[in-house]
Design a protein around this ligand. Structure first.
Ligand code: SAM
Length: 453
């Protein structure tokens, strides 16, 4: 949309840019096309645009993707966009505050691409919302106030480097790709803008650490930039010389001099100091586990090690537990990428094998405790016979009610979230490969066991 069209459109709508909504409209079509190109859209992609305004970016983006959700807070503009893109059946315009948008709706689309020339007054909140863990987003291209874009992409020991660099940077790679002068917008803001591209960081790039503790330590460490980190983190009563030796830093170091990797190592050190037993507890020695082997009628006939049971496809027993909150949403866990079976897939709230000498209900209670850190009454809702689909397991499925919060072993579970059941209906139908087969079977069984609402 060029400057003339923009001005004519605003006049036709009998409206002017609203300052309180951060309305600075892009009128340079070459720049708009260039920004959209950074999103690397493919014909199969779903796009979300935050604050589409009059559609300066949208007009290029919707031509390159399968479907789009446009979230615009200004009712006049949302109405205009609905008319403008009416002939595109796959474009949905939401008259909504982007901070109230439920990102879980995006999971059925697969990794979504997100675009936005963000209103400055709310840009950091939008950024945090769209990068929260777990995120259905595969790539983001945001135009922000230049200073903010620089902070997000800053290097250690620079003025721009701070808590936000690290908190976002631990899970996302951030690239600063272009500076835009105020003159490409109408009205022109009196500061420059910066365009950044965010892509999810491969978890294997950095050692694993407790994300919540990391965020807390980073905020504490940067609360007063000029002070030594030793003083900023004094309340944790750490063995400071040992910590500095472990992370390779001077004892007088300031937070701003530590790299992302050093902050992660520092978090691991604090985690180990606070609860050494939990930190050093290795993932269970699963290969040594002994399972009951059963016959075609699920009667115990022998005991074998886990590895033999799996390599020889011997029939054995397992439990799946579906945990619902009081709203009726179902909690799913995302399996760790390092699991040997179904890595990175979404799975039942908790699940596990029945070990030799234990029964199904005892195992279900133990798995709920070990995987989610809670206990709750369990109700048996059904079972599956052993088959190739269940991995030769006779599975019993239990239901429990709990509102969380849950704590899970990070070696086993990457993250978890409650999902509305109707959303899971759509998601499992659209992208069954996002889930473990045994969850799909358990979910189907639970769905069939209850009348439709
Ligand atoms: N994308 C358009 C462009 O490049 O010309 C408009 C960009 S303008 C900087 C920001 C847009 O975000 C405006 O259309 C404004 O109405 C909208 N907006 C402001 N606050 C919003 C919010 N909380 N949620 C969604 N949209 C918002």
């Amino acid at each position: 949309m060029n400057r003339d069209t923009l001005q004519t459109t605003l006049a036709q709508l009998q409206t002017r840019p609203t300052k309180s909504l951060g309305q600075n409209f892009l009128h340079d079509e070459t720049v708009a096309a260039w920004i959209v190109n950074q999103l690397d859209l493919r014909p199969e992609d779903h796009l979300v645009e935050v604050g589409p305004g009059l559609g300066a970016l949208t007009e290029f983006a919707v031509e390159q993707c399968r479907s789009a959700t446009l979230i615009e807070k200004d009712g006049r503009l949302a109405e205009f966009l609905t008319e403008r893109f009416a002939e595109k059946s796959q474009v949905e315009v939401l008259h909504q505050d982007a901070l109230e948008f439920d990102l879980r709706k995006l999971f059925p689309h697969g990794p979504t691409k997100v675009l936005g020339n963000l209103p400055y007054y709310v840009s950091s909140q939008v950024l945090f919302a769209f990068t929260a863990d777990p995120s259905p987003v595969g790539r983001l291209v945001f135009t922000l106030q230049k200073e903010m874009a620089e902070r997000l992409s800053a290097e250690p020991s620079t003025k721009a480097y701070g808590a936000i660099t690290l908190i976002v940077g631990r899970r996302w790679r951030v690239r600063y790709v272009r500076t835009l002068p105020g003159s490409v917008f109408l009205p022109a803001p009196n500061v420059e803008s910066g365009v950044i591209v965010l892509t999810p960081r491969d978890p294997s790039e950095l050692p694993d650490c407790d994300g919540r503790l990391f965020n807390r330590l980073v905020k504490e460490g940067f609360a007063q930039r000029r002070k030594m980190l030793r003083n900023m983190l004094a309340s944790h009563e750490l063995d400071w010389p040992a910590l500095c030796a472990a992370i390779g830093a001077e004892e007088t170091v300031r937070g701003e001099a530590l790299s992302l990797r050093q902050w992660v190592e520092l978090t691991r050190f604090v985690e180990a100091a606070k609860d050494p037993a939990a930190f050093h507890a290795k993932a269970q020695d699963v290969h040594g586990e002994i399972f009951d082997v059963v016959d075609d009628e699920n009667r115990v006939i022998s005991q074998e090690t886990r590895s033999k049971v799996h390599t020889q496809k011997l029939k054995h027993r397992a439990v799946h537990i579906l945990v619902f909150n009081t709203k009726g949403d179902l909690f799913l866990q995302k399996r760790s990428r390092y699991k040997d079976a179904n890595p990175g897939r979404w799975d039942s709230s908790a699940a596990g094998h029945v070990e030799a000498g234990y029964d199904y209900p005892e195992t279900a209670a133990r798995e709920l405790q070990e995987e989610l850190g809670v206990s709750a009454p369990l109700e048996l809702i059904g079972s599956h016979p052993a088959s190739r689909e269940t991995g030769w397991e006779f599975v019993q499925i239990f239901r429990a009610e709990h509102n969380g919060p849950f704590t899970w072993p990070r070696a086993e579970i990457e993250s978890g979230l409650f999902f509305p059941v109707e959303l899971l209906d759509r998601w499992t139908a659209a992208r069954p490969h996002d889930f473990s087969n045994s969850f799909l079977a358990s979910f189907r069984l639970w769905r069939e066991s209850r009348p439709n609402p």
